[in-house]
Design a binder for this molecule. Structure first.
Ligand code: AMP
Ligand code: GLY
Length: 440
């Protein structure tokens, strides 16, 4: 820390106190609450709607994250300084523009992109075109809609296998189908375009080259001009051990990622992160806050699988515990377009999270099961993902219930601790993957 920076930080602490409204109710928002509440710059934290875990770090308020008029009234009544969107939904729906176009709300800091910027996540076709224009490495692709349906079928007949099909819009992780069966590919394609199986998201379909490699999640935090990189992470999306079964929101995560060494991360910065920030800037797309790069390492080279306009879940549950910087200070620096003054400090410790889920997830599952043993966990952080109630009376209220995060000198050690803590927490139908971090 330079001397100027040192004094600057304490001056900031002395003069600034922020009222923050965080939007969301999952494990990611619980980890963000935990982190924001630690900041001396945070005067009061509200979470809309929050869960039983976030209530430990701030005040839950019963507001819908997409009810912009209700958010407006609350922000004015409570004199909110920072509106912090946890998930992509309000961003893709234009919460940034809604606030910035309103004279009474314009001063509120939002670590998140404009509606146009959120298209990075909200539209596969938008992000693929942006990458093509700026030579950012990604799978080769073609885009089809109703008017080019026949060309699409011809394209699929000639495409190498396996084929990756992606519905254009937000589809809550269910819009991607990968198949080695050409007939199935054609059937899915037809469904996506004609039968609107994927809702409005399916009207445009992106057909992609299949990339073979190992995935990781990289997070930049940008002020539109500068960016900092947060610790990288790897999540485990499939429900079953050995990466089998259907995709979930994420069953666990680790950070750091062993293969993301300095040489690989240098390539990520030069070939992916910098060109993306530069692309948004040069095209005058207003973009603040997080850019989540879903990357795949193909023989040592990074390719973009997808962009998201928010932090990952459950990646946040390992990234925030490893981030040593003050998150509120990062947001203030972002607003001042001074992220170039910030050096990211992260713990040398590894972090691992194991997600306890409800039996049946990601299919149907039962809710409102009492959770016991939370108070017995002393050596892990408990980030509630789908819980309701308070104090000793906490009930399950979602598919993903609790993320158990631990530190360790190695990923193995962190995982051992999380599994040890997982054995102390119980509810009817508790399920979890026993092999998070299995490759390392
Ligand atoms: P997406 O919603 O674009 O992140 O895709 C969901 C998952 O599908 C990714 O996490 C990858 O595991 C897989 N996937 C997507 N695109 C490709 C691709 N071009 N090649 C291989 N796997 C892919
Ligand atoms: N864990 C992946 C995501 O948040 O999209």
């Amino acid at each position: 820390m330079t001397k100027g920076y040192f004094f600057g930080y304490f001056a900031l602490k002395f003069f600034v106190s922020m009222k923050i409204l965080l939007l969301g109710s999952g494990g990611r928002e619980c980890a963000l609450s935990w982190k924001l509440a630690q900041s001396p710059l945070c005067d009061h934290l509200y979470i809309a709607p929050g869960n039983a875990g976030t209530a430990q770090y701030g005040t839950n308020v019963a507001l819908g994250i997409n009810d912009f008029e209700a958010l407006k009234s609350f922000c004015l009544d409570q004199r909110i300084d920072i509106l912090f969107p946890g998930s992509e939904e309000p961003l893709v729906n234009g919460v940034y523009d809604f606030f910035k176009e309103d004279e009474l709300l314009r001063h509120i800091i939002i670590p998140g992109p404009s509606k146009e910027g959120a298209q990075l996540e909200g539209s596969k076709a938008f992000s693929k075109k942006l990458m093509a224009r700026h030579h950012i490495p990604t799978a080769a692709y073609a885009e089809f809609d109703e008017s080019s349906f026949e060309q699409g079928i011809t394209y699929l007949e000639q495409h190498s296998l396996p084929i990756v099909l992606k519905a254009d819009g937000l589809a809550a992780g269910k819009g991607v189908v990968i198949t080695s069966d050409r007939e199935e590919a054609k059937a899915v394609f037809t469904d996506m375009i004609h039968n609107e199986q994927f809702g409005a998201a399916g009207k445009t379909v992106v057909v992609e080259q299949f990339l073979s490699g190992i995935e990781l999640s990289v997070f930049a935090f940008t002020d539109g001009k500068n960016y900092v990189l947060l610790p990288e992470a790897k999540d485990y999306k499939r429900v079953g051990e050995g990466d089998t079964g259907p995709n979930t929101g994420g069953m666990g995560a680790i950070s750091p990622v062993p293969f993301a060494d300095a040489a690989f991360m240098q390539k990520v910065k030069e070939q992916v992160v910098e060109p993306t920030v530069q692309a948004l800037r040069s095209e005058k797309i207003v973009y603040n806050g997080f850019i989540f790069f879903g990357l795949i390492n193909v023989a040592g080279e990074p390719y973009v699988i997808e962009y998201n306009c928010r932090m990952g879940d459950p990646e946040t549950e390992v990234v925030m515990p490893r981030l040593e910087n003050d998150l509120v200070e990062l947001v203030i620096k972002m607003e001042a377009q001074k992220l170039d003054e910030v050096t990211i400090q992260h713990s040398k410790k590894a972090a691992a999270t194991v997600m306890l889920v409800s039996k049946g997830y990601p299919g149907s599952y039962e809710k409102a099961k009492p959770i016991s043993g939370l108070e017995q966990v002393k050596d892990s952080l408990l980030f509630h993902a789908g819980t309701s109630g308070a104090g000793a009376d906490v009930l399950t209220s979602g598919g993903r219930v609790i993320a158990i995060t631990s530190y360790g000198d190695s990923i193995k050690e962190a995982l051992q601790q999380s599994y040890q803590s997982a054995s102390l927490v119980n509810f009817e139908g508790k399920a979890f993957r026993k092999d998070i971090g299995f490759e390392f």
